[in-house]
Design a protein around this ligand. Structure first.
Ligand SMILES: NC(=O)c1ccc[n+]([C@@H]2O[C@H](COP(=O)([O-])OP(=O)(O)OC[C@H]3O[C@@H](n4cnc5c(N)ncnc54)[C@H](OP(=O)(O)O)[C@@H]3O)[C@@H](O)[C@H]2O)c1
Length: 313
């Protein structure tokens, strides 16, 4: 099958097309095959490719096949999902530790990672969602804020942050979104009560306090701004970074806990259904062929992308 491998740690140029044998279900009892139509390019893929996460990977080293998010067609029956079902999900790539990701024509997956894709949702939209939307949902769970709380979401113009804004507003929270000034109207339409444009930390703090003079109950830090934003959290509040790379040092009984996205088929099904009903917006920035993975990484690395870049397989 066609794959794209990370041939060595480095820049996007280390991504090279290759051929590998199709995975054999006999090698992994309980797993099922999915023929992929689309794979999302996540920020985490970029970090793994660069070598930034090498220490997390133990024995695993290049060459390996990257990729968390996928959407495609089921080739083996799974509980409640007959052969031919359109499915999406994500491979918990680091935890799996096999280096057999979704930049490939076929993957072997645990049925518990899979959710059916509603007819109204195309494969590219479906592949833009799993890791990011589940991480946003699970970050909100981790915060465990009572309904009506005031929450700051950073990186609200990005993929994870944009989901968090929408899901927090749906949960009845008052959301302050830190994002690009150009996205202010859209973020309000998605449920943000207030939008603070990105800028120097002191300007951001002033902007947030303008909407929440009492300070906020929680911060979901999808932009990994970290310590400079701690002053906006109430004493005893909660601060959840989207990665352990930039954990603030806790103060004033603020609970600091990072979120790690984990597969959750039932939750993903609900999220995909919301997308199908037009109640949750997902945004695909670019669609490129699998063989253009290096270009996809270049574009993702350059930032300022309005959404997820997806590889068509
Ligand atoms: N814990 C997990 O399991 C998990 C799962 C998924 C993702 N993540 C992590 O979550 C983070 C967000 O992922 P994503 O896919 O949403 O990435 P993304 O789409 O690139 O979003 C990040 C957003 O933050 C913005 N940003 C960067 N620095 C900023 C600053 N100083 N002030 C304000 N905004 C800033 C970026 O703007 P520009 O593009 O203009 O720079 C971008 O809009 C990444 O670090 C990713 O690795 C973690």
């Amino acid at each position: 099958m066609r794959v794209v491998e990370v041939t060595a740690y480095g820049g996007p140029e280390v991504l090279c097309s290759a051929r590998r044998p199709e995975p054999d279900p006999a090698d992994a009892p309980g797993r099922v095959r999915v023929r992929l139509k689309a794979a999302g390019v996540n920020q985490t893929d970029l970090k793994i490719r660069s070598g930034r996460f090498a220490a997390l990977l133990g024995e695993l080293a290049p060459p390996f096949v990257l990729g968390y998010d996928f959407a495609g067609t089921l080739l083996d029956p799974a509980p409640g999902l007959p052969v031919g079902t359109r499915v999406a999900g994500f491979i918990p790539w680091v935890r799996e530790g096999r280096g057999q990701g979704t930049y490939a024509e076929l993957v072997l997956v645990d049925p518990e990672w899979l959710a059916p894709v509603p007819d109204e949702v195309d494969f590219t939209a479906a592949a833009s969602l799993p890791l990011s939307a589940l991480t946003a949902a699970q970050a909100l769970d981790l915060m465990a804020l009572p309904e009506g709380s005031t929450l700051l979401v950073t990186g609200a113009s990005g993929v994870v942050g944009r989901f968090a804004v929408q899901l927090a507003a749906r949960a009845g929270h008052r959301v302050i979104a830190l994002g690009d000034a150009d996205d202010a109207n859209e973020l309000r339409l998605l449920g943000a009560h207030g939008v603070v444009p990105r800028g120097a930390p002191e300007d951001v703090i002033t902007g947030v306090l303008g909407f929440a003079p009492e300070r906020v109950d929680g911060v979901f830090d999808a932009a990994l701004i970290s310590d400079p934003l701690l002053p906006v959290v109430k004493d005893g509040g909660v601060f959840v970074p989207a990665s352990g790379e930039r954990m603030p040092v806790a103060e004033r009984d603020v609970r600091v806990e990072m979120v790690v996205g984990r597969p959750d088929a039932a939750r993903l099904k609900e999220l995909l259904e919301l997308v199908g009903k037009g109640a949750l917006a997902t945004r695909v920035a670019d669609v490129l062929p699998l063989e253009a993975a290096a270009e996809a990484h270049r574009r993702a690395e350059a930032g300022h992308r309005p959404g997820r870049i997806v590889l068509m397989i």
